[in-house]
Design a protein around this ligand. Sequence first.
Ligand code: 3PY
Length: 252
Amino acid sequence: QMRKKIVAGNWKMNETLQEGIALAKEINDSLKAEKPNCDVVICTPFIHLASVAQVLDAEGVALGAENCADKEKGAYTGEVSAAMVKSTGAQYVILGHSERRQYYGETAEILKEKVQLALANGLKVIFCCGETLEEREAEKQNEVVKAELEGSVFHLSAEEWKNIVLAYEPIWAIGTGKTATSDQAQEMLAYIRSIVAEKYGKEAAEDTTILYGGSCNASNAAELFSKSDIDGGLIGGASLKAADFKAIIDAW
Ligand code: 3PY
């Protein structure tokens, strides 16, 4: 397989600046001591980006943000643009996380703007999708995920698509300690790859990195990563402890 395997940490709203720098250093040191078998992306709050960029020098480790604005620049008090994120040294941005959709009202349309601006500014996008428990119980997970992709990323050109990483995060498994079984995750990731193939062709679909997220941790990562369509994980809580995060990376 040509596609990249990625373990990406999503710190969410955790760590002071000093704590975050210390955490990044610890992760970086452990990756220098032992080269990882996958790419590693550390996604931090905006305030950490420039400082953490100075700390990360291990091979195969990249920096990412957890969000960016849906406007290019100007009078948008409190917002941080894709160009600003890029200027810190970050290479990635997470967009479409369910917490952004749920708590900050990010719609498919807003996310489409964010994706466009991120790509235009040279960032790679980790685009999240996933259904609620209610939707899964109604067996609507496939149509929900397809609609999320159609609403925000399936308009992209084939060239732009090369900078998209997808992350499937069932909302019922986020921060709940409930993980999708590896078979449930594999089934959805295979489905996602099939709709990417319909849109961009089989080869592009084979080259697309698709991550599983949602309570992925040191004890379930190896089982999840053993599945043929699971190319890595987007890691929440377990990315805040260097040893746990390293153990997930070592699951590859
Ligand atoms: C989780 O692991 O719960 C996440 O939401 C990762 O983004």
